[in-house]
Ligand binder design. Sequence first.
Ligand SMILES: [Zn+2]
Length: 253
Amino acid sequence: MKSTVSPFSPQKKNLSDPLRVQLAAAYRILAMLKMDDLTYTHLSVRHPGEEVYYIYPFGLLFEEVTASSLLRVSLDGQVIEGSESDYNRTGYVIHGSIYKNRPDVNAIFHLHTTAGVAVSAMNCGLLPLSQFSLHFYNRMAYHAYDSLALNTQRQGANMIKDLGQKKAMILQNHGTLTCGITLHEAFLYAYFLEQACKVQCTALAGGQKVFVPHKKVCEQAAQDLRDFEPDFGIRDWTALLRQLERTDPSYKD
Ligand SMILES: [Zn+2]
């Protein structure tokens, strides 16, 4: 299954699909925000109802991803379009398992940011210390570390069981995962989770006692934050696309 074709010479197929351009932009924006991790971690997207999804070719930095370099992969991990330098088994177990079991999910962001991994190692989990964190109040899933996700039957099944119907999950001692109905929803959850983790690490590092809002206020805020923007993420996503366009529009190539 390992490809022998360089990821830098992709097959030219279905390049007119605007979802390719959107996903390439997501990789570039995550690189711009310094939320990437060399050639590791992965973002994916699919058209609603489709049993294939787009993901980057293993081996590229996020800042190198272009629309034409993206792969199309089946839910069983078969690369059906494009090529990569190494077979991305862990990526396909994670993304394929979730898409197969969550028909409402059309985008998945898996990240290894320092703050995300740090909070994933705290046995208190994500604390309600900031407005960022209240997006996830009573809405966060947790998944115990179980080495590299190489096995769909056991590890993939456990991951979807732990995720349930939630849209964000902390992969303990590993990183974070967010899902969305849209790419911009998965993005904004990834961004707010990163901010929440940074605030938690910084606040706890100060060694002072911290304020925690009342449970009722936390729950109200979680609902209000969601209701505040029905198409969650679209405003910030559109703004970031404008920024990307000004700085480096080559993601569309
Ligand atoms: Zn990972």
